[in-house]
Write a new protein. Structure first.
Length: 151
């Protein structure tokens, strides 16, 4: 099984506290998730912080997927880590870090480690569409964040 890595960095012209509060609120996932995924949160009310678990559904290439996320670590205004405990990946480990820059803006970094599983078929799916789809999702997210936090 091969582990893949997706990393993104974005500079957001807002305070670290503002950016952290936005990203650590699971309700904002609907805003930053592309509409073609038909993302819907199932857990209400949504818990927040380390140990929180929430469920949602989405469609990947038309296939309905149920996903359960656990917030493994949560340090206010610094970072949080979410991990898929139920869903399509054998491993999905997503670290979000936040750092204040000298001009007062915030550097936000995403680091996703993932394993598809399924041996040769998983590697084939990754090469054909998984990597491209994940990049498109994070590109969409980048654009939404640029617009949402625009000066």
């Amino acid at each position: 099984m091969r582990e893949y890595l997706l990393e993104r960095t974005q500079i957001i012209p807002r305070s670290r506290e503002t950016v952290f509060n936005f990203f650590s609120d699971p309700r904002n996932l609907e805003l930053i998730t592309p509409p073609w995924l038909h993302f819907k949160i199932l857990t209400h009310p949504l818990p927040q912080g380390a140990g929180s678990i929430f469920d949602y559904t989405l469609r990947v290439r038309g296939i309905p997927i149920r996903w359960r996320t656990l917030i493994e670590e949560f340090v206010t205004n610094e970072y949080f880590i979410d991990r898929q405990v139920k869903g399509p990946y054998q491993l999905w480990h997503h670290t979000h870090t936040f750092r204040t820059l000298p001009d007062g803006s915030t550097e936000m970094k995403d680091r996703v480690r993932y394993i598809i599983g399924w041996g040769f078929l998983g590697a084939w799916a990754h090469a054909l569409w998984v990597e491209r789809d994940l990049r498109a999702i994070f590109d969409f997210r980048y654009q939404v964040i640029e617009t949402y936090f625009k000066d």
